[in-house]
Design a protein around this ligand. Sequence first.
Ligand code: GDP
Ligand code: MG
Length: 443
Amino acid sequence: MAAPIVAAATPWGRSALAVVRLTGDDLAPVLDRILRPMRRGPLEAGRPRRIEVFDDDGVFDDGVAILLRGPHTATGHDLCEITVHGNPLIVHRLVDAAVAAGARVAQPGEFTRLAVLSGRLDLLRAEAIDQVIRATSPGGLRLGRLGLTGILSERIAPLRQGLVELTAELEARLDYPGDELALADDAALLTQLSEVAAGCRRLASGHTAGRVLVDGARIALVGAVNAGKSSLFNRLVGQPRALVHDSPGTTRDVVEARCWIGPLQVTLLDTAGERQTSDPIEAAGLALALALIEDVDVLIVVLRAGAGGATRAVEEAVLARTADRRRVIVYNGVDRSSGEPPPGAIPTSALTGAGLQDLREALIASLGIGDRADALIASARQRDLLLQVARAAEEAAEALPLAGVAVAADLLTDGIAGLDTLTGADTREDVLDAVFARFCVGK
Ligand SMILES: Nc1nc2c(ncn2[C@@H]2O[C@H](COP(=O)(O)OP(=O)(O)O)[C@@H](O)[C@H]2O)c(=O)[nH]1
Ligand SMILES: [Mg+2]
C-alpha cells in the first residue's frame, strides 16, 4: 500500500505552467480536498479535466488535471498530474493543501523509486532518466536516451550469463570431482573469465566520457606565471574574462567561466601562476588553485615558449606534479619565440589564435569523447560495480590453479551479485538509497 505523496515536477520559478504530481494507491481522499472539476462530474481516469484548486481559504488557481490508474502509470500506482500557473506561490500552496489533505511530501527521486519498486522501470533506466534531465550537452542527452532503450541491460546480460555458466561449471567440479569428461578444460575457463573481465572493463572505460557529456567537464589552466594562461583562458571562453598583464602574479584568485569546447560544456578555471612569492595574497591564491584543481577532469599545463632559468624550473616541477593527471600540455607564445616545443606539447599563440583548435581537439580526445560508441555509462556507481566485477573475474582466474575451485566459485558468485546490484535485480534498500539520493524532489 503506497500512501499518497506529492511534489512539484517542475522547477521552483516563474513560468507559464507548473506541474504538481501526486501518486499513491488511493488518491481520492486527497484530490477531493484540493481540486474540483469546473464542470459537473468527478475526475475520470485517463481524461484531462479543467479544474480549480482550493484550500481552506478558497479557490486559488485553475488548471488541468489528469488522473491515471495504476499499475500502468509511471510510478506503478495511481498518478495525478495537476497543471497550474507557474508561480511558486501557487505551487507551494497546492503542495501544502495536498499535505493538509493527507499526502506526504515526496523524498528526492521517490516517484522514480516507486517505479523501480513496482517493476515498471529497472535501475539502469531510472539512472538514465536522471541523466536525460541532467544532460548539459547533446551527447549527454543521447547517452541518457540510449540508457532508456535498455542498451546497458543488453550489454550486461551476456556478461552475467557468462559468469553464471562459469560458476555452474566450477560447482560441478566441486560436486563431481571424478567426472573429468563432463568438465571444460582450464584453458577454456580462463579465456572465458578474461572475456568477462574485459567486457566489464570496456564498459567501465567509457565512464569519463559519459560523465562529462552528461555533467560537463571541469578544465583548469596551470603553469608558471606569465605563460599566457589567462590569455588562453580568454581565447577559449571567447571574451576577455580574466585580467591579462605582463606583470607576473596578475591572476591571484581562481577565475571560472563556462564555455563550449567542441560538443562539451566546460567550466574553465584560470589559476594563479606558480613562482616563489613573498606576497601572502598571491601565495593564498596559489594554495586555493591547488585545492580546486584536485578534482578537475583535465589540466591544461601551459609552458611559456622560450622560457629559461627559474621559469623552466617551475615548469619542470608542474610537469612532474601533474604527471599522473589527465592533461594537455601547450607551448604558448610561439609567435614571440623560436623555441622548440617539447614532444607532445601543442604549440599555441594566445595572441594570434594559432594552435587553439588543436588544443580544443586535444582536450576532447583526452576525455575519450571521440570514440563515443564506448561511452554508455555516466554513473560512478555503475563504473565502480563494473570494475569490481572485472576484478572478481580476474581474481577467480588467478585463484583457479592456486587457491582452488571453491575460492574461484565464491569470487564469481560475488561477481554475479555485483552485476545484480548494478542492474537492480537486487533491490536492497541501500542500493536504492545510493541511486536516488542524488535525484531532486519531484522526479
Ligand atoms: N606575444 C604573445 N604574448 C602573449 C601570449 N600569451 C600571453 N601573452 C602576453 O604575456 C603576458 C602574460 O599573459 P597572461 O595571460 O597574463 O599570463 P598568465 O600569467 O599565465 O596568466 C601578457 O602581456 C600577455 O599579453 C602569446 O601567445 N603571444
Ligand atoms: Mg593569469
